[in-house]
Design a binder for this molecule. Structure first.
Ligand code: GTB
Length: 224
């Protein structure tokens, strides 16, 4: 049965692979599942037809047969659960990988998003310059602990898993700042994720939507 995702027809990230269809594309590439993409305008996202798939009128969604899902984390988990390659077979290792997926979305991402949202909505206010260091120190707290856990390991818990896929996805959102570079093992971890052939294919496909198929350099060569 065909898998169909939804994604931005014109992503505001200009093809940098930061929108949330990217982890879903990446997961499908890792497990070798072909998929189609339905591109949506901002207007179409808010229409009843799309809201039947996504109550909040957002991307991404996932459809296969009579199953429709929303929320990138849940979709990545579903893909990892149904196909070999993103979750270990050993049940304890599998549970730990799921913990890392959750840590990425519930523990590391919130301060990253808060800084992003402040940059978008509060720049130019009287309090922004004072608030930014506080927001960045909250991110550093998480990065410091994550870097301490990772040490010189390749991935968070043994083999590459959906936990790494989600964590690399979250850390990529720091690409425009120097925060990641303060933690060289995390910067190298993100680069390892981005170097995976499955990531490269997913990145190229989402970039092609933005450029209309024009060839550009892959992420670590072109980003920022
Ligand atoms: N928790 C949901 C999930 O993980 O699936 C969040 C989904 C979500 O935020 N979707 C966004 C959306 O549909 C697109 S990805 N927004 C339209 C709307 O809410 O009306 C978020 C995103 C947007 C832009 C950038 N960027 O420009 O860098 C990065 C990420």
């Amino acid at each position: 049965m065909t898998i169909t995702l939804t994604a931005f027809a014109r992503s505001p990230d200009r093809g940098r692979g930061l929108a949330r269809d990217m982890p879903v594309r990446w997961a499908l590439e890792e497990v070798g599942q072909p998929y189609e993409v339905r591109l949506l305008s901002f207007t179409a996202m808010k229409e009843p037809a799309h809201r039947r798939l996504h109550p909040f009128g957002q991307i991404p969604t996932f459809e296969q047969g009579d199953l429709a899902l929303f929320e990138s984390g849940a979709i990545v988990f579903h893909i990892a659960d149904r196909h070999v390659g993103l979750l270990p077979q050993d049940s304890n290792a599998r549970a730990r990988a799921i913990s890392w997926m959750s840590a990425a979305l519930s523990t590391v991402e919130p301060p990253v998003l808060e800084r992003e949202s402040a940059r978008l909505t509060e720049q130019g206010t009287s309090w922004y310059a004072e608030r930014l260091p506080m927001l960045e120190s909250r991110i550093r707290l998480r990065l410091n602990d994550l870097a301490g856990h990772l040490g010189d390991a390749e991935w968070l818990d043994g083999e590459f898993s959906a936990g790494d896929l989600m964590m690399v996805t979250v850390l990529r959102r720091l690409g425009g700042s120097n925060l990641l570079n303060e933690f060289p093992n995390l910067a190298a971890y993100v680069a390892r994720g981005e170097a995976r052939p499955a990531f490269q294919r997913a990145f190229a496909d989402q970039l092609a939507v933005f450029t209309g198929g024009l060839q550009q350099d892959p992420p670590h060569a072109s980003r920022e």
